[in-house]
Design a protein around this ligand. Sequence first.
Ligand SMILES: [Ca+2]
Length: 177
Amino acid sequence: MYRMLLATVLMCCAALLPGCNLLAWLDLPGPPFDATGAYAGTWSATVPGFAEPISCSLDVELEQDTDATIPEDFHVWGTARLNFTCNDVLGYVDDYGLPAVVTLAVDGFMTPGGQLLLGSLEPVSEGAVGIGIDGAGADSDGDGIMDLLDGNFVLSIDFPSYATLSLPGTFSTDRAN
Ligand SMILES: [Ca+2]
């Protein structure tokens, strides 16, 4: 009975008072590093129906407030820009009606282990483009700032005038600033 009462009081406290942050009260460790910054690298994916993978450049800009109160300090957001302007990609740009560059706002979080889970889904003028990113961040020099991010992504493009394209692939980036 006492535990139920305590739990109820704590839940009410968390729900009603903005200053009452139970997670902060627990004094849990913060994010392993700060992802804020610009990252540049390449993406690679296999287009359905084609054996050869295609690859081109990728830019990611991220923000994270590691001084914020938990869980907001694990919140990561920014933009991911996939270029389709490389020679081996241009054919698919025509075939699939892909834009030359896909720039997407992404939002998500960092796990305590440094994994970044980011996603977006936003309408564009002709349809919808979405991306899901599952990346592993690393702080290679131990200064608390993330230095590289690589992992997997799925880009979904749904234009009414073209077939829906789901492009799963991998990416690798390093800090650019
Ligand atoms: Ca670092």
